[in-house]
Design a protein around this ligand. Structure first.
Ligand code: ZN
Length: 468
């Protein structure tokens, strides 16, 4: 079928489907979109949900750029935010701004942030890269940098990139493309490709439940489910779930589903992290100073970094315990016993190197005979090593296999990091600096989050944002 005919057919089909349901208002129509614009079906879909609007004279302006305020409003409407205008935390977004309610709620939900100078810059245009990150945060797709966010959009069939093979991340995005990306993000049927892989199951708890074309009651009903029917959930958009049941796919409100884990991604994250105990092990102590050089003692550096890691994890929901919090001696076996007694889920030992090299290395134990968590230990080591090398711009000595007591005798994913060389002037400058110790602690924090994010598949954005 030619595209124009196909679109006309879809509109006709939509009219037929909408017809018997009754309450839906007339199908939207924009003069500058017509029926043949390449983004027509996505634009009309979002317009049906009252997520995008045109001018009062019936124009959509598909080629205009999207401002940050407009982006917040459109995304906020897809998530059913209360858009009531209100005061915001930004000096350049007053209550009078049409998007003030959406902007403030998007900030509270960690979807969008402002600038360090306290502004939001509501009239600045959104780039394609920023759009990718916004979509990842809004719909919990997992990308937390522009490049990983773009990868996620490609992998999920939401984006294809430009004709020249790039994503054009620095180019401003136009309204037509923004509509296409948003429609694909919320409704998999618009995607270039998608696979229905259920993330969880639930049961209908209302006597009848409408399955709709989109995540709001503005969308028409495509089917009705009955109490007790089981549904598979592909993804969540705000308080709506995209489900499959009896061969039908569409959106239902999560209030009418039982047996779901919390639908709010932040709640899901908090519920998960509460189950995890992180053991941090600052090496040496008291009469065992570890390596000594350049006026520094290893035991002090290890403890100082460990305490900073602890304070970063405080109030995240994770349980965190240190094998020592003071300048005391703890034997190696005591450190492992402590980790086991605390029911630790991961173990991170912090040390400082010596012997004339330079740079950072991280160890794990590679024989499963005593500690079975070889692959997870290796993954944890890779995550922390990567962040540490970035944070200190240090020589990357890599992730290494090490037959070390605290790794070998443990029964949880366990790693030992060697931050740098105490007997190397350049490394020692960082090892002895409170600022650089803080950067190392942040790197260990982020590396641990990277590990947990990949283990759980949850969106750790709120916890990344605490240090970024
Ligand atoms: Zn040591």
């Amino acid at each position: 079928m030619r595209k124009g005919v196909f679109v006309a057919f879809c509109l006709l089909l939509a009219a037929v489907l909408i017809g018997p349901v009754g309450h839906t208002s007339a199908a939207p129509y924009f003069r500058d979109v017509g029926t043949t614009h390449r983004a027509a079906k996505e634009i009309y879909y979002l317009a049906q949900g009252k997520m995008v609007q045109g001018s009062s004279s019936g124009y959509f302006y598909p080629s205009k750029n999207v401002t940050r305020a407009e982006a917040a409003a459109i995304i906020g409407r897809t998530l059913n935010f209360d858009g009531t205008q209100r005061a915001t935390k930004f000096k350049d977004v007053g209550k009078g701004n049409f998007a003030s309610g959406y902007i403030q709620e998007a900030v509270e939900k960690n979807i969008i942030s402002g600038y360090n100078d306290g502004t939001f810059r509501p009239n600045q245009f959104v780039t394609r890269g920023e759009m990718a990150l916004l979509i990842n945060r809004a719909y919990s797709l997992g990308g937390n940098t522009i490049s990983t966010a773009i990868q996620q959009l490609m992998a999920k069939g939401i984006a294809q990139g430009l004709a020249d093979g790039t994503f054009g991340q620095d180019q401003p995005i136009i309204r037509a493309d923004f509509a296409v990306f948003i429609a694909r993000a919320i409704n998999p049927k618009f995607r270039v490709h998608y696979q229905f892989t259920a993330v969880q199951q639930a049961t209908v708890n209302a006597s009848t439940l409408n399955v709709r074309q989109g995540p709001s009651t503005n969308f028409s009903t495509v089917a009705v489910l009955k109490k007790g029917e089981k549904v598979e959930i592909l993804h969540i958009v705000g308080n709506w779930a995209y489900v499959r049941a009896s061969g039908i796919e569409g959106f239902v409100h999560t209030a009418y589903l039982s047996g779901m884990s919390p639908s709010n991604p932040t709640d899901r994250l908090l519920q998960y992290v509460k189950t995890q105990t992180i053991i941090i092990d600052p090496g040496h102590g008291d009469y065992d100073p570890g390596a000594v050089a350049n006026g520094l003692k290893e035991k002090d550096i290890n403890l100082s970094v460990a305490l900073k890691v602890k304070s970063l994890f405080e109030d995240t929901g994770f349980r965190i315990a240190l094998t020592r919090e003071k300048d005391v001696f703890v034997p190696l076996s005591g450190r492992v016993d402590f980790a086991k007694k605390m029911n630790g889920d991961i173990f991170v030992s912090i040390h400082t190197n010596s012997g004339g090299g330079t740079g950072t290395e991280t160890y794990y134990y590679s024989a499963a005979a005593t500690n079975p968590y070889v692959e997870k230990s290796k993954k944890l080591a890779q995550c922390i090593q990567k962040r540490l090398v970035e944070a200190w711009n240090a020589a990357d000595r890599g992730v290494k296999k090490g037959d070390l007591h605290v790794l070998r005798e443990n029964n949880m994913p366990a790693v030992l990091v060697e931050l740098g060389f105490i007997d190397r002037k350049e490394d020692a400058k960082k090892l002895g600096s409170s600022y650089w110790q803080g950067e190392a602690a942040k790197a260990i924090y982020l590396g641990i989050l990277d590990y947990y994010a990949s283990e759980s598949g949850l969106n750790f954005q709120p916890l990344y944002d605490r240090v970024q």
